[in-house]
Design a protein around this ligand. Structure first.
Ligand code: SAH
Length: 214
């Protein structure tokens, strides 16, 4: 029998090849991050063996960790580079934050369910992610003290893009957000800020848990 680490690293390698590269993700940094982050440590222990499957998984409190491909897609489209400052709304397990923190300088992440915020904070500490700063709260208002952000990633579907997030986007910044109602068709939208103006582009259909308000 293979030791656990070997078992998961080969599953992870296969995930990257079959689910991510074969579907067109090519950004080196994104692929390296997906190869590195131990996704099985971001899901409940009893389903660790399913962590590299091609689907979202439950993480408790009615929430989910996104499908690996969606995490890779949102990471690539946000164009992360080492100096960028990132805001994520919807920490959940912390997996998306960890993937982007492998590439960028600092990741600020906000989670509305206190238990999940606490668990993610502990997970980041245990795994040594010193460049992720987690806060419990309603991400609708963004994090003005640390704005502007080069990248904002929202991982819960909102009916409308929160204005504070648009305001906190830096010049040439990129915001990726699923837009649509909880039981309706949702579209992943990319917003880019140029000369102070925002331009949106619809990317693909997605299914996310709803954006909630306190
Ligand atoms: N990025 C996460 C995905 C978690 S699912 C991961 O990689 O695991 C989306 C998360 O968004 C849920 O945990 C949900 O509680 C949270 N959420 C929903 N509305 C929110 C809000 N207004 N502010 C902050 N977090 C929110």
């Amino acid at each position: 029998m293979l030791p656990q680490t070997d078992k998961y690293s080969s599953l992870r390698e296969r995930m990257v090849k079959e689910q991510i590269i074969e579907r067109g993700i090519s950004d080196r940094a994104t692929l390296n991050a997906m190869r590195k982050v131990p996704r099985h440590l971001f899901v409940p222990a009893d389903i660790a063996d399913e962590a590299y499957d091609d689907n979202p998984l439950p993480i408790g409190y009615g929430q989910t960790i996104s499908q690996p491909y969606i995490v890779a897609y949102m990471t690539e489209i946000s164009r992360p580079t080492p100096k960028k400052k990132v805001l994520e709304i919807g920490t959940g397990s912390g997996y998306q934050a960890a993937v982007i923190a492998e590439i960028t300088d600092t990741v600020y992440t906000i989670e509305i369910i206190p238990e999940l915020a606490k668990e993610a904070t502990e997970r980041f500490k245990k795994l040594g992610y010193k460049n992720i700063i987690t806060r419990y709260g309603d991400g609708y208002q963004g994090w003005p003290e640390h704005s502007p952000f080069d990248i904002i990633i929202v991982t819960a579907a909102a009916e409308k893009i929160p204005q504070p997030l648009l305001d906190q986007l830096a010049e040439n910044g990129r915001l990726v957000i699923p837009v649509g109602g909880p039981y309706a068709v949702q579209e992943l939208v990319l917003v880019v800020k140029k000369n102070g103006k925002t331009e949106s582009k619809r990317l693909t259909y997605v299914r996310f848990v709803p954006f909630r308000r306190l």
